[in-house]
Design a protein around this ligand. Sequence first.
Ligand SMILES: [Zn+2]
Length: 449
Amino acid sequence: MIRNIPSLALLLFSGLIFQQTNAQTDERIYEIIDSISADRIEADIRKLAGFGTRNTFSDTISDTRGIGAARRWIKSEFDNISNNCDNCLDVFYQKDFVTTEDGERIPHDAWVVNVVAVQRGTKYPNRYIIMSGDIDSRASNTMDFETDAPGANDNASGMAGAMEAARVLSQYEFESSVVYVGLSGEEQGLFGGKGLAEYAKENNWEIIGVLNNDMIGNIEGVDGVIDNRTFRIFSEPVPPNESERERTMRRFYGGEVDGISRQLARYVHKTTETYMPEMNPMMIYRLDRFGRGGHHRPFNDLGFAGIRIMEAHENYNRQHQDIRTENGIEYGDVIEGVNFDYAEKLTAVNAINMASLAWAPPAPENVEIGGIVEPSAKLRWDKVEADIAGYKIYWRETTEAQWQYSRFVGDVNEFTLDGIVIDNFFFGVATVGKDGHESVVVFPSGVFR
Ligand SMILES: [Zn+2]
């Protein structure tokens, strides 16, 4: 008889766990993960590599070779995807003219052309979550726009990922807009990203974040390490265009590792751990690889949140190299260097984060914190104008990388965390939607007494 008591308790307990778990996950997210196809990604990467070179300054007339053929094909694919979702995508070219005056790596004047596909949000059409890949590739010499440069991993993989995410996510409706883009001119100076970031600014886009995918298909490091589970999330600490006042505030109130891009990175890390626990996301606390660049940076330059998602182990023999064999080593960014199952996983990471963010309500604004020389921390914020579940306060010890603790506090605009001393933690607030999707966490930008 006694044995029945713990088993009953266990039953009740496991029922409780199930309910709690259930409330924090959304079945549709698992459906999205399952729908992303390695076969379709492979077909797209093969097609892109087949254009010979996609150097930004290569041929624009041919239908089979060069950047022109590549971007026209990408646009036609987005158009096809749109046809399959009742014209749910607004597909267009966004372009800027660059001349040899604009940089040292420009062999001749040319249009830098991006391909943009916007899936308009039903409730917040002017809020955008963006996934980018790159159209362009390069040979050993960036100025060489004629030699074969298949760019299978750098960056047909990211481009194919954005196209596949569009195929899958276009089957759903979102409250915020989801954007899939192919950027150009990456290798010669991040021109495409700069152009689109400026376009977004001019059109007053409210950008939730940019997920820049650059090399998401290589699992074999140049040192021989093979790893198909780990990937990197690069994010800069604080926006480069912050004001002097913000810099001064940070000295006294903290926030050195809590800028908007870092919060976006934490969001991606958390979503991945929740829905794809087999993956191993690595937060990298820097803008990009040491001294190197990527297309999220021009968005960061204008104050938008943006991160780089990429493989963990790079193979330098396959990056920016003419196809050749030298001293028995094979060089070149060829199709054989891409693992399509891995590209599928990283595409799924993007897709589930875009879905979560596009289903989530807007983040709270004007988050402020108080509690100086008091035993409890206090937070207050402006309520969002939406029918939501409420708000969640997050906090963590000052040396922790991820938010450790959280408390759902309901649909209020202020809350006191009894017994939590402000000095010993960092805090933030997120909005929680009725279906459980959360906004990015907002770090306080003001202080009150
Ligand atoms: Zn590159």
